[in-house]
Design a protein around this ligand. Structure first.
Ligand code: GDP
Length: 364
């Protein structure tokens, strides 16, 4: 599964958030949250469409799709120079697919702030800087290496150096690698570096209970600071989320949320936003034994999508039968859809769409 790393300064609420995720009551009991390692958890992606399909198909089980969250504690100022356990934590970040950057936007005299005062913009700056310094190191190393090759007349290396120089300049000026305006094919020059600041990011403003619905001045400051970044700021109260996660009954949970002017838990919003951030979409398989959601990247064609279920499906792919959820709802059964001419037969070039209900035909 794809992984989101939870990062931020100490005492901003990362563990609280991670624990809330760990305790979140699963919608379908078949696939409860499980902790793989102390700091890695698997969580179901909430999806209303599964409920609709469940109602129509009445399967023995329902399997939502999942993503993993990793609690990456211990980032402090100086981490890129090996301060604290800096290098270890930075290495952990290198392995994740996306970053959830938690930023303290709550006042609480009892909880020490590492720098003595709540200042979301500076906090974000401190973390960004550490990640950027580490990236700068990687980029500079590769420039030196490539420059040697370029000298001997290697055109590709020369071209790469030019691209790398652009990343270097941006990083030196306090920008993240993801902000560098490059053509998709130019990204190849840095893809082997697994840059930390090129990974997609969500900023999570951790506020107190009173600020969930309306936000507060810290959230405003943070939003202002990231407005050029094309990144989402989610306002969540981690402390409250742990309480919400403890509630078993869905009705009770909804009532609890309503008291705070919310219709959906912050965790749900976070999970969905992370999924979208990773450019992931879902297709479904629907049979009486199981209704299941499968995760693929946007733009994948039918054989590749089939490969998520089993590599044989991809290798032996013949065709796919596709039903749209709306049609399934209208005609109730697969047979009904067939009769109405609502099952389309697609070949290997079909680009799977979010929400497609797929049935693959393949040779073994
Ligand atoms: P971490 O170091 O980033 O993992 O931070 P923790 O999750 O351990 O949180 C640090 C302290 O802040 C703990 O005492 C939490 O109970 C508290 N805390 C976390 N989130 C909130 C919040 O939303 N509001 C308030 N008032 N306290 C919080």
């Amino acid at each position: 599964a794809l992984q989101c790393g939870i990062v931020g300064l100490p005492n901003v609420g990362k563990s609280t958030l991670f624990n809330a995720l760990s305790n979140a009551k699963a919608e379908a009991a078949n696939f409860p949250f499980c902790t793989i390692e102390p700091n890695v958890g698997v969580i179901q992606v909430p999806d209303e469409r599964l409920k609709i399909l469940e109602g129509l198909v009445n399967p023995q089980k329902v399997l939502p799709t999942v993503i993993e969250f990793v609690d990456i504690a211990g980032l402090v100022k100086g981490a890129s120079k090996g301060e604290g356990l800096g290098n270890k934590f930075l290495a952990n970040i290198r392995e994740v697919d996306a970053i959830v950057h938690v930023i303290r936007c709550f006042n609480d005299e009892n909880i020490v702030h590492v720098d003595g005062k709540v200042d979301p913009v500076t906090d974000k700056f401190v973390i960004d800087t550490e990640l950027q310094l580490k990236d700068l190191e990687s980029v500079e190393k590769k420039i030196v290496k490539n420059a040697k090759v370029a000298k001997s007349g290697d055109a590709k290396a020369k071209k790469e150096v030019a691209i790398l120089e652009r990343f270097k300049e941006a990083l030196e000026n306090g920008h993240n690698a993801r902000a560098v305006d490059v053509e998709p094919e130019e990204l190849e020059a840095v893809s082997d570096l697994h840059l930390l600041t090129i990974k997609p990011v969500i900023y999570l403003a951790n506020v107190d209970e009173d600020s969930i619905a309306e936000g507060n001045q810290y959230v405003e400051q943070l939003k202002e600071a990231v407005k050029e970044e094309d990144a989402q700021v989610l306002t969540v109260c981690a402390a409250l989320e742990s309480q919400i996660a403890e509630i078993d009954e869905e009705d009770e949970r909804e009532m609890f949320l309503a008291e705070y002017g919310l219709t959906e838990s912050g965790l749900n919003r976070l999970i969905k936003a992370s999924y979208a951030l990773l450019d992931l979409i879902t297709y479904f398989t629907a049979g009486v034994t199981e209704v299941r959601a499968w995760t693929i990247r946007k733009g994948w064609k039918a054989p590749q999508a089939a490969g998520v279920i089993h590599t044989d499906f991809e290798r032996g792919f013949i065709k796919a039968e596709v039903i749209k959820l709306d049609d399934y709802q209208q005609y109730k059964t697969e047979a009904g859809c067939k009769e109405a001419g609502k099952i389309s037969i697609e070949g290997k070039d079909y680009v799977v769409q979010d929400g497609d209900i797929m049935h693959f035909r393949f040779n073994v």
